[in-house]
Design a protein around this ligand. Structure first.
Ligand code: 3HC
Ligand code: NAI
Length: 689
């Protein structure tokens, strides 16, 4: 017996309990006693059946991810499952919480799976750049069919216990005391008698596979992987399960797993897994949190509406405030329309829609915000307007209410100073659409109280957001780095690149789209208005806007679009405009390669990240990676800009930055001291660590 695995006998049924908090990962110190316990029970006449269950909040959540990349200690998970499959008496996995990855694979090694009705089951390895390496790709298709298994393994998304029952993954679901029900189930199976067939020997469902449907789905998927190796390897492994004998398919799965686990993409995705959890560790996280029951939102425009939906989706009643009845009704109608779209797509029931709409209260009177525990301002991006709003909030908000701004760029210290309670003020920078995008930058102002910060970080998780705490500066982490990434865009065009060429360099890198496609999608008029407000100009983009080329919404921008299509088509008019602007400046076109595009866009991105660390605007390099992977589409297989800098080689980045700095004199290319130290030590430092 060990403290991680215990065995009890319940009227002849052996109950093996894994207890490895917090999520019962299959660490070596679990695998070893688990193997030993099963080996004894296999031949123990006093046990007529074996139930594997877990203590704590969940069934096994997978292999221990911290062990990847280290030498494997025996027994491996596969050996435990192989042992399970030699047991003649019935074996039953009793699943509560989540059975994920190696956890579900362990359960697939059992003859039967019973689950709490609230449980979830899945193989999320693909999200870590892996495939299930404990036989999941070979056994799951034998229970649920190859097409369903492919979908689950490639998406990584877990399914509910109800769906698992319907597809044949679990044999029974229960409400109430799962363990008592599992023991009763085991007892019945033992009485019914064998032979009990291991999942690996069940071939009926595989034999029914519609190969054409399977291959069509696999091809469809290959088109969407954007350079990620794991989804393709997953599809290959499931195909092997259909085409090869069990043992060969299992061996092939292992080889594919070994290749992925030692590769950069999986390292990058594992880095992001831990980075997201690390980001939640903010100073004061253990302090008593403030109670947040009702949320107020000021401004029912693009962002206010989305933020309000994010909270209603999390079950919070929301008061939405606008300047007038018409704007309010417009905002509420947009929310209703968005929910109606979800209903028509089948992702929300009509009942849930009504229940969520019931959480909204519209108002044009600030007094109605007096009962809110958190109030988020999402009005125009104008300091004078924001200050006026916060001044009014100060007069009516209850003591201790947290007052937040959704500003994209503005100084949160200045906003806080317009109240008599700067300790309660912070930034909550959501991303558009706010009900969908997972990233939330929480801006800690100079006087923000630690318990206010901890409360909002905690709350973010409750509404499904990935939160990163950042400091005050123009554009915070994300938008500030975005400016650095885009600073050379027009220069590249003037010197000879085309928008399509730059965008292709980005999509080849793994971004979902390039900066010019992105501009056309978001609307070029937004940046134009911002530039005008700040007295700035952009040689080409300003002219495009003056010609009414705002992007997709006007059918023309950096590209042209056929009516009803979102496909960007190169536009000779734009190319002529670029050449004309270059000629005015005496710039001759030259060939610009992909490498140069990367050096002049992504190296400044990394460099700006280093400056952000230097200033302490971000506490950790991994926080910056979380921002970029969750808010800006940085390819997850490269782990975010700061992780990628290590892959790319800091020495090379510095050398090329110096070259471009000398050539252009632009500050974005001047290597930050923190980047130089990273090149020497391999560690990122932050002024706020
Ligand atoms: N290995 C090691 N540590 C893990 C872990 C794992 N598989 N899963 C979670 N943890 C750690 C987290 O890092 C966190 O640590 P911290 O408190 O020090 O930051 C702690 O456990 C709690 O995790 P969460 O904050 O994520 O807890 P939640 O309750 O929000 O979520 C969960 C629970 C849904 C189980 C979530 O942790 C999760 O999704 N875990 C990963 C599941 C997974 O990917 N499993 C597959 C692993 S790969 C595999 O099994 C390979 C096999 O095929 C051979
Ligand atoms: P928007 O123009 O769509 O909405 C602003 C709304 O605020 C309008 O409905 C307006 O009537 C209302 N409003 C203005 N003054 C008000 C006042 N004094 N009291 C109550 N309501 C008032 O603007 P959007 O895009 O929603 O932006 C809002 C804020 O969110 C800005 O600070 C912006 O920088 C920020 N933001 C915008 C993002 C985007 O992608 N649009 C992303 C992240 C942040």
């Amino acid at each position: 017996m060990s403290s991680f695995v215990s065995v009890a006998n319940e009227n002849g049924v052996a109950v093996v309990t894994i207890n490895n908090p917090p999520v019962n990962a299959l660490s070596f110190h679990v695998r070893k006693p688990l193997y030993e316990a099963l080996a004894v029970l296999r031949d123990d006449p006093a046990a007529k059946a074996i139930v594997i269950a877990c203590a704590g909040r969940t069934f096994v959540a997978g292999a221990d991810i911290t062990e990847f990349g280290k030498p494997v200690e025996q027994p491996e998970l596969r050996a435990i499952i192989a042992l399970l499959e030699t047991i003649a008496k019935p074996t039953i996995a009793a699943i509560h919480g989540t059975a994920l990855g190696g956890g579900l694979e362990l359960a697939l090694g059992c003859h039967f799976r019973v689950a709490d009705r609230g449980a979830k089951l899945g193989l999320p390895e693909v999200t870590l750049g892996l495939l299930p390496g404990g036989g999941g790709t070979v056994r799951l298709p034998r229970l649920v069919g190859a097409v369903k298994a492919l979908g689950m393994i490639v998406s990584g998304a877990p399914i509910s216990a109800g769906e698992a029952k319907a597809t044949g993954l679990v044999d029974e679901t229960f409400d109430g005391d799962l363990l008592a029900n599992a023991v009763r189930f085991a007892d019945e199976m033992a009485d019914r008698g064998g032979p009990f067939v291991p999942v690996g020997d069940r071939n009926e469902r595989l034999a029914e596979t519609d190969l054409a449907a399977f291959d069509a789905q696999a091809v469809d998927l290959a088109r969407k992987t954007r350079g990620l190796e794991a989804p393709l390897a997953c599809a290959k492994a499931v195909r092997n399960a259909i085409a090869l004998p069990f043992d060969e398919a299992l061996a092939a799965e292992r080889q594919l797993f070994a290749k992925l686990v030692s590769g950069d993409q999986s390292r990058a995705q594992r880095h992001l897994f831990f980075a997201e959890r690390e980001a939640a560790k903010v100073p004061g996280k253990d302090l008593q949190k403030r109670r947040i029951e009702r949320v107020g939102i000021i401004g029912a425009g693009t962002m206010g509406g989305g933020i309000a939906m994010a909270f209603a989706n999390g079950g919070f009643p929301v008061t939405l405030l606008e300047t007038g009845e018409e704007a309010l009704q417009r905002g509420l109608a947009m929310i209703e329309k968005n929910y109606a779209v979800s209903v028509s797509r089948g992702s929300l029931t009509e009942e849930a829609k009504q229940q969520r709409l019931g959480l909204f209260k519209g108002s044009t009177d600030y007094a109605d915000l007096a009962d809110c525990d958190l109030i988020i301002e999402a009005v125009f991006e104008d300091m004078a307007v924001k200050k006026e709003v916060f001044g009014r909030l100060d007069a009516i908000a209850k003591p201790g209410a947290i007052l937040a701004s959704n500003t994209s760029y503005l100084d949160v210290d200045a906003i806080a100073a317009s109240t008599s309670r700067p300790q309660d003020v912070l930034g909550m920078h959501f991303f558009s659409p706010a009900n969908v995008m997972k990233l939330l930058e929480i801006v800690r102002a100079e006087k923000t109280a630690p318990d206010a910060l901890a409360t909002v970080t905690d709350l973010a998780r409750r509404i499904g957001k990935v939160a990163v705490v950042v400091g005050v500066c123009h554009g915070f982490v994300g938008n500030r780095m975005l400016s650095a990434r885009g600073a050379e865009n027009e220069a590249l065009l003037l010197e000879g690149a085309t928008p399509a060429q730059v965008d292709k360099a980005f999509t080849d890198f793994g971004w979902p789209m390039g900066p010019f496609q992105m501009g056309d999608l978001a609307g070029l008029d937004i940046g134009w208005r911002n530039r005008k407000a700040r007295g700035q100009t952009a040689v080409i983009a300003d002219t495009l806007c003056e010609e009414g080329r705002f992007g997709q919404k006007t059918g023309r921008g950096w590209y042209r679009y056929e009516s009803g299509s979102r496909e960007p088509l190169a536009d000779p008019e734009v190319e002529a405009l670029i050449r004309a602007k270059a000629a005015e400046r005496g710039i001759e076109a030259r060939a610009i390669g992909t490498e140069e595009i990367i050096e002049r866009t992504l190296y400044p991105l990394v460099n700006e990240g280093a400056k952000i660390l230097e200033e302490g605007v971000a506490a950790r390099a991994s926080d910056i990676d979380v921002v970029w992977a969750n808010g800006y589409g940085f390819p997850v297989g490269k782990g975010g800009p700061m992780f990628w800098a290590g892959l790319e080689g800091a020495g090379r980045i510095i050398e090329r930055l110096e070259y471009w700095h000398q050539r252009t004199g632009r500050a974005i290319f001047e290597p930050a001291p923190v980047l130089r130290r990273f090149a020497e030590t391999g560690r990122w430092e932050s002024a706020r660590g």
